[in-house]
Design a protein around this ligand. Structure first.
Ligand code: HEM
Length: 403
């Protein structure tokens, strides 16, 4: 790959929009050359069909590179920026995925519904208390609910004791930051050490949680975790389920409250309308300005170009979800449409394992919030919000609301 492509990230004009550059480029080609923020060459996949193909074609290695040291990097972040291993890594991930599938199945998630509702209600109590402390002042929904609920859910899922949750929140937060030198890497190592200690505690007292499931699986088949310790996988679950969900919680509320008729339409029949509203939130949210990574394990023809062995491929799933060849009026947030087939959770072998859980959280949060605070509105001008380019998951810092 010799040409220098356009410089990533492509900036957007508004937080709920995507960069207009995607559309301009897609009109010419579905896959284009770019330069990553680290100055490395890469390809970006912009169109829906090619994005789906790239997700499902196993010749695109999932964080796997034939020669990881020489690989392009997507960013300086500690996570989701470079290969996680050689070609054995993906096989290991696949085995672990099968092992964990029952813990994340729609059936198990349905059982968690009441408990997610309880956690949500506690967060809403805290929002009310913050409101009562300073009547008339805005309350930060991001702090009390959007950010908090997903971490509480993951901690319970992993069996992290209540008293350690703030510590785990803090580590997850530090891991996702860029431009803070080595700190994200230090936080990652700390989280892994913490999980190592938790595994030892759980070995003596198994419970209804994912770490206990891993311990039981290893007892049945000692070859599990022979190449990488169990704690690295336990730690690896915290981040993917955290910032991703937080961003959909935050963007979902922004989409629903920028036009109050959307909130009101949902609340006319919350049970009947929440599923399609959540799917439209998932399709429309573009939380970051980069994408999901793959490395070509051999030369691959796609979208009229040849991607060379080892090249970095960035699938811009947010742009693919707004491809007019797949979705009519793609830039319009329309909860009344049925947005099937979006790529918010990826596609193929690595499609998000936590998707049922994330959907359950989102389906509970918005009706609960609007039931508790029927007159809730934004207390900020959306045009003043910016997507964070200094975090792996992007997202926003605050979502101030009033009622
Ligand atoms: C709305 C929230 C979420 C979104 C938008 C999301 C998005 C994604 C996407 C796009 C992928 C595929 C990545 C790729 O192909 O490169 C993925 C994978 C993954 N997600 Fe999620 N995710 C969410 C919530 C969660 C939750 C709640 C958990 C778990 C607690 C989770 C755990 C994972 C894991 C472990 C993977 C890797 C799967 C594998 O390697 O096969 N995610 N997610």
């Amino acid at each position: 790959m010799q040409d220098v492509g356009l410089q990533l990230p492509f900036e957007r004009s508004g937080v709920l929009e995507i960069s207009p550059i995607y559309e301009l480029l897609r009109e010419k080609a579905p896959v284009v050359r770019v330069t990553t923020p680290t100055g490395d060459p890469a390809w970006v996949v912009l169109a829906y069909d090619e994005a789906r193909l790239a997700f499902s074609d196993r010749r695109f290695g999932y964080y796997t590179h034939p020669n990881p040291e020489s690989a392009s990097r997507m960013s300086d972040a500690a996570l989701h920026s470079a290969p996680m291993g050689g070609i054995d890594f993906e096989a290991e991930m696949g085995r672990l995925r099968k092992l964990m599938a029952p813990s994340f199945s729609p059936k198990r998630t349905r059982l968690l519904k009441d408990w997610i509702q309880e956690l949500t209600d506690t967060c809403l109590d805290d929002m009310q208390a913050a409101h009562d402390r300073n009547p008339g002042e805005p309350v930060d929904y991001h702090e009390f609910l959007g950010y908090k609920l997903p971490v509480l859910v993951i901690c319970v899922l992993l069996g992290v004791p209540v008293e350690d949750r703030d510590y785990v929140f803090g580590l997850s937060d530090r891991m996702g930051a860029y431009s803070s030198g080595s700190d994200p890497f230090v936080a990652m190592a700390e989280l892994q050490e913490y999980m190592g200690r938790l595994v030892e505690v759980k070995r003596k007292n198994l419970g209804p949680d994912v770490i206990s499931d891993m311990i039981a699986a290893q007892a049945n088949d000692p070859s599990f975790f022979s190449t990488r310790p169990m704690e690295s996988y336990a730690a690896g679950l915290v981040f993917p389920g955290h910032e991703t969900t937080v961003a959909r919680m935050d963007f979902g509320l922004l989409f629903l409250l920028t036009e109050l008729s959307r909130r009101d339409w949902l609340m006319e029949d919350p049970e009947g309308r929440i599923d399609q509203t959540v799917e439209e939130i998932l399709r429309s949210t573009s939380a970051h300005n980069l994408g999901l990574m793959r490395y070509a394990l051999e030369d691959i023809e796609i979208g009229g170009v040849t991607i060379g062995t080892g090249d970095l491929v960035i699938i811009a799933e947010g742009a693919a979800n707004r491809d007019p060849s797949k979705f009519e009026r793609p830039d319009e947030f329309d909860p009344q449409r049925i947005s099937k087939g979006h790529l918010a959770f990826g596609h193929g072998a690595h499609i998000c394992i936590g998707q049922s859980l994330a959907r359950t959280e989102l389906r509970i949060v918005f009706p609960s919030l609007f039931t508790r605070f029927p007159g809730i509105e934004l207390a900020i001008d959306v045009s003043e919000l910016r997507v964070r380019n200094d975090r792996t998951g992007g997202g926003v810092d605050h979502v101030a609301v009033k009622w």
